[in-house]
Write a protein that binds this ligand. Structure first.
Ligand code: B12
Ligand code: SF4
Length: 459
């Protein structure tokens, strides 16, 4: 039995875009979901993982599969449907799963033979068995998996060509911010994989650099932090000679031992959601956590950096309290906090979030011709009606934010600071130029987007 597991082309990042900017090589990540599905697949299936981001595949020239599994984030949904239609025309059954299929079940059911909602560990072998017997059901629900059921991902199955390997050590997030789909999808209960398995899987990764995809690697409670320390000790003992980057909440900065262990285990960078430069903004987004302890963000960032760890700060533009000038305000706050990179995104109502429910109820979803408009749900386009900013105005805020933070003068100042503080100037350089090189591409994308808005009468 031949199985294709397909990651549809992603409108945001792909190797194809590396031609437009070679720095994008560091932004194409492995589709870990498909490597995990492959790990769950029993012997007897010949598996190919097809990542369309590595280049357009010629499906007609490939041997006909017996089953196709497609994953999709919301922004990939349109391409996922094209691929599904192509295989269904050939009479090949198509199963879809992942976050979009879970949050937009009815839409996906119209376009696939079968849909798996939730985490797949508990149901995937049954799906395959039913497919083998010609008895595929319309829907399977995996719910939340036991972490001991998460298999070692098939790192051997994906072609070389990625700058980073990928691994997951926990699922779920207790913080439940109103714009984020993680708690809705993976639950608020923070679940951790057995440490020995994480270490064993890390050893199977060929790449020297690894993305730990956890939404919050360290968690928030004392027992979460204790487990993170255990994990870091085990990784250090295994002497992996790998550098990894991860996402964490700001409390990462609060424990010197945790930071020292993370650095020793290979942590070279951390992505932190600051979200808004004001307490009112944090309250609006449901991220009170960042306000606890009357935190000094600059001191927190510096404590992390002192361990040689780069800090990427994420902020959101488009909150109800945001006024014209918010772009510069965010760039200034990110500079003041001392982050090495700034990732600013538009507030986006993603299906399944509280923000979606609220904006839908208030009739504030501006781009709502679905599924076509999902391609704009990359957080890099404004898709809603913002309280104090027009769609054109908010794009200008984003441009001014990026232009300020990624001016050559400020980049060199950050790289110099990184050198002087004996951190990782090369990573700071690559990170900053990777973002900067995309500003030109973003401007072109905004111009196209604005003419789309014009044609829809949305300006
Ligand atoms: C790593 C990651 C990325 C990587 C992508 C790597 C890749 N190619 O997959 C990068 C950094 C590139 C990225 C980019 C983006 N991301 Co992202 N990302 C994640 C993150 C943190 C982890 C995903 C992961 O690998 N999980 C581990 C695997 C094992 O879990 P899984 O994917 O859920 O898969 C399981 C099930 O879903 C299911 N399953 C999945 N696919 C399939 C398919 C079949 C056939 C079946 C049966 C089952 C199944 O089985 C798996 C095992 O249980 C998630 C958060 C999260 N917790 O999911 C956000 C997340 C998926 N990202 C999100 C977003 C919004 C984006 C961006 C649009 C935003 C941005 N500007 O950065 C971009 C665009 C990407 C795109 N494709 O268009 C949102 C998606 C929401 C949505 N409705 O789509 C999430 C949920 C985060 C959030 N805060 O809400 N992301
Ligand atoms: S934004 Fe981050 S902290 Fe907030 S719920 Fe999502 S994963 Fe958790």
């Amino acid at each position: 039995m031949r199985l294709y597991l397909i990651n549809p082309s992603n409108p945001l990042v792909s190797i194809l875009k590396v031609k437009e900017s070679r720095w994008n090589r560091f932004r194409v990540w492995k589709p870990l979901s498909l490597m995990v599905l492959a790990g769950l697949t029993p012997p007897g299936w010949e598996i190919s993982i097809v990542d369309e981001n590595l280049g357009p595949p010629d499906y007609q020239a490939m041997p006909r599969p017996d089953l196709v599994g497609i994953t999709a984030f919301t922004s990939q949904a349109n391409r996922a449907y094209e691929v599904a239609a192509l295989f269904r025309r050939l009479g090949v059954p198509v199963v879809m799963g992942g976050i979009h299929a879970t949050m937009c079940l009815e839409e996906v059911m119209e376009r696939a033979d079968s849909v798996v909602t939730g985490e797949a560990e508990g149901v995937w072998p049954r799906v395959l068995e039913d497919a083998r017997n010609g008895g595929l059901k319309r829907r399977y629900d995996g719910g939340l998996a036991e972490m001991s059921e998460v298999p070692i991902a098939r790192h051997d199955l994906l072609a070389d060509g990625y700058a980073f390997g990928a691994i997951q050590t926990t699922r779920g997030c207790p913080l439940n911010c109103n714009f984020c789909s993680v708690t809705a999808f993976n639950g608020a209960h923070y679940r951790q994989r057995p440490i020995a398995e994480v270490v064993r899987e890390f050893q199977l990764i060929r790449e020297k650099h690894v993305l730990v995809v956890d939404d919050n690697l360290i968690g928030t409670r004392r027992e979460h932090i204790a487990r993170a320390k255990e994990l870091f000790r085990a990784l250090a003992r295994a002497n992996l000679r790998k550098q990894w980057v991860a996402q964490a909440s700001i409390n990462f900065a609060d424990d010197e031992e945790l930071l020292a262990l993370a650095a020793k285990a290979g942590c070279s960078g951390v992505f932190i959601g600051f979200e808004s430069p004001t307490p009112e903004g944090l309250l609006e987004l449901g991220k009170k956590f960042n306000l606890q302890k009357g935190r000094d963000f600059r001191a927190s960032v510096r404590r992390i950096q002192r361990h040689g760890i780069i800090v990427v700060g994420s902020f959101i533009i488009g909150l109800d309290i945001d006024q014209p000038g918010i772009g510069k305000h965010i760039a200034e706050a990110a500079g003041r906090y001392g982050v090495d990179n700034l990732n600013a995104l538009f507030l986006t109502p993603l299906p399944g979030t509280r923000l979606w429910d609220q904006m839908k109820a208030e009739d504030r979803i501006a781009l709502d011709t679905f599924p076509e408009d999902w391609k704009y749900y990359t957080l890099t386009f404004p898709v809603a009606r913002y309280k104090n900013l027009s769609l054109e105005g908010i794009i200008d805020e984003m441009i001014s934010c990026d232009r300020d933070f990624y001016s050559l003068r400020r980049i060199w100042r950050r790289v110099w600071r990184s050198t002087w503080q004996r951190r990782k100037p090369l990573i700071a350089l690559v990170g900053n130029f990777s973002y900067r090189s995309n500003l030109r591409l973003n401007r072109k994308a905004y111009a196209d987007f604005k003419s789309h808005l014009g044609s829809q009468g949305l300006t």
